[in-house]
Design a binder for this molecule. Structure first.
Ligand code: SF4
Length: 330
């Protein structure tokens, strides 16, 4: 069997950075305050069970905000209220609204901000438009942490999930449209069109992150040269699920696996198998699946099996970009 990797796969810059930051924070805090200084993440850092297990092994546990608009109230996975005084809370790549940062500080926690620089840029744009008196419209999923986080920077922001919802936006203020970083470009364009038809002045921020599109495009390329596809990633990861739907849409037999043990027997009957992975999948999970396909023994972390298309994946960070804005008038 030949195993071929997608040219772009696995953890995106924002996720890689957030995991690195959390692990480095745990290491730096170890032993401080007589061992009482705890490190938490607000919500699971990413949607991948292997990474969550790795973080827990390093003493980093997820907590949840149950305070709503009342007094700060943070609970552990079992629903028990926590005293955060003296602890450190790592903010995940999706970011959080300013009110939640204030609640954490009020509860006595120190914050390590692992918000992705791309999301920070959207938050900054939303805040600046709101300060000018514009109405900010966010195109995306209203239950997604990134969207509620951005909305928190622009009081009065509206969230729309479809062109139909956009067509019902009713405000006299000029509009600024910002996208959830992972929205499909076609959906964003349709929402933009619906808003532009209603408003004489509309500014549109190009905040879509290339990470998703690059992984989808690489998968399309990979499919042209393979007989079957394997998508590695968490079952609860939205972007992994989207990659899997795209893999199925190619017409090739395709499977979503979290680890090598999930590989179906049939996969070993194919001559050329393509491997891709969601933006939250750790490198080790990809290596392990690839090694199993090649019939190799499980590899120690960092040891790469020989397969076509392998390339080392380094930690990449970027400065918060200055997102381009396009103006529409009529
Ligand atoms: S904005 Fe892009 S790079 Fe940042 S976390 Fe989201 S998908 Fe990853």
């Amino acid at each position: 069997m030949i195993v071929k990797r997608a040219a772009v796969l696995g953890r995106c810059m924002g996720v890689r950075r957030a995991v690195d930051l959390a692990l480095r924070t745990a290491k730096a805090e170890k032993g401080k305050g007589g061992g009482q200084r705890k490190v938490f993440t607000l919500g699971p850092l990413i949607h991948n069970p292997k990474t969550v297990a790795e973080l827990e092994a390093s003493g980093i546990f997820a907590i949840h905000d149950r305070g709503g608009t009342g007094a700060p109230c943070f609970v552990d996975g079992g629903g028990n209220q926590l005293a955060l005084s003296g602890s450190v809370v790592v903010i995940r790549a999706h970011g959080i609204p300013p009110a939640q940062s204030q609640a954490l500080e009020q509860a006595g926690a120190s914050i390590v901000d692992a918000t992705c620089p791309r999301v920070l840029a959207s938050q900054r744009r939303a805040r600046d438009f709101a300060l000018k008196g514009w109405t900010v419209v966010i195109a995306g999923d209203r239950d997604h942490g990134e969207v509620t986080g951005i909305a928190g920077f622009a009081p009065g922001a509206l969230i729309v999930a479809s062109p139909e919802e956009a067509a019902r936006v009713d405000t006299t203020a000029p509009l600024a449209l910002i996208a959830q970083t992972t929205i499909k470009r076609e959906e964003y364009l349709a929402i933009r069109k619906a808003l532009a038809a209603r408003k004489p002045l509309l500014e549109v921020v190009d905040s879509i992150c290339p990470a998703t599109t690059e992984r989808l495009a690489s998968l399309a390329d990979l499919a042209t040269d393979c007989d079957a596809l394997v998508v590695v990633g968490g079952r609860n990861s939205a972007n992994t699920a989207r990659l899997h739907r795209t893999a199925l849409a190619t017409g090739l037999p395709s499977w979503l696996v979290e680890e090598a043990a999930d590989l179906p027997k049939e996969i070993f009957s194919f001559a050329r198998v393509g491997v891709t992975a969601g933006a939250s999948t750790p490198d080790e999970a990809i290596d392990e699946v690839e090694a199993a396909l090649l019939g190799l023994r499980p590899q120690a972390s960092g040891h790469r099996p020989q397969a076509i298309g392998l390339r080392p994946q380094a930690t990449v960070t970027i400065d918060s970009p200055d997102l381009p804005v396009q103006r529409f008038t009529r």
